[in-house]
Unconditional design. Sequence first.
Length: 304
Amino acid sequence: MWWKKFGFSSNPLDIRPNDNLIGTEEIEKKLVSSIENGEIVLLYGPLGCGKTSLAYKIMKNYRDKYNFIYVNCEENSNPRIKDILEERMYKKFLFFKIKNDLPIVLIIDEFYNMNPEAIKKVKYYYENGIIYSLVLIQVSSEITNALPSFINRIHRKIEMDYPDEDTIIRIIDSRLKGKIKIDEEKLRKIIRENNRNVRSILIKLNELFSEGNFLDKEDKEQKEFSINDIKLTEQQIKILYTLIGNKLTAKKLSEILGIPQSSTSKQLSRLYNLGLVLKEGKGKNVVYYINPKYYSEIVKKIGR
């Protein structure tokens, strides 16, 4: 995995909810204020803008003050609310249980998927004070799966949008912890191509990093070395030999050399990371060829 090369224990560009947020302070204040006031609040915004991550952050920071219950209706549109509440109202120990007196805050993610009958039960438990505050999370500001009697109880709607370019750059820098420097011009281009969608940007960066492209000018300069300074495996030598004067896909190289395609792709990736080969094209049409910068050295080293 590419991140191990830089000393990370896990992928810093993981798209799963991450409570290490930047630039969401004002939205967080509004959401916490609604929770403190015991309100029903709707947090809405486009996919990938950080709504779930913000909910995770609040649950982590205020877990000593509230009994948070998180339900994802994308996974289960008809959760057994009564059973969930009863289970979380008590702290279980080995042979006994103690009632948890912290106010219950129910967070329902992907609320638009929730079964109307389950919503009626949620409304009942809220109106009877069993649920102290209710946080609804979804893409749209409009609720279509609940009755007006529930919709009219919503105290506040809070909109969350994608961060601006500078904030996204800060987010990426924070995740990479200074271990990888990305050329800012190229990063801004990726941000614009993905319309500031942080999730899409992380996916794109992870894809580029997996291919060995770290977008960094200094990183590319570090690849300028003499080929005599590195030790090549037998498979790598065969691949380089076959690529002299040719542009070939991993599949074609595999067929010519009689090497499994998985092994061929792995060796090509290593040669690419070293800067000895370059590639062009997309998907199955990606072709590899000798980096002109090292062409003479490679021919001289392995002969032809």
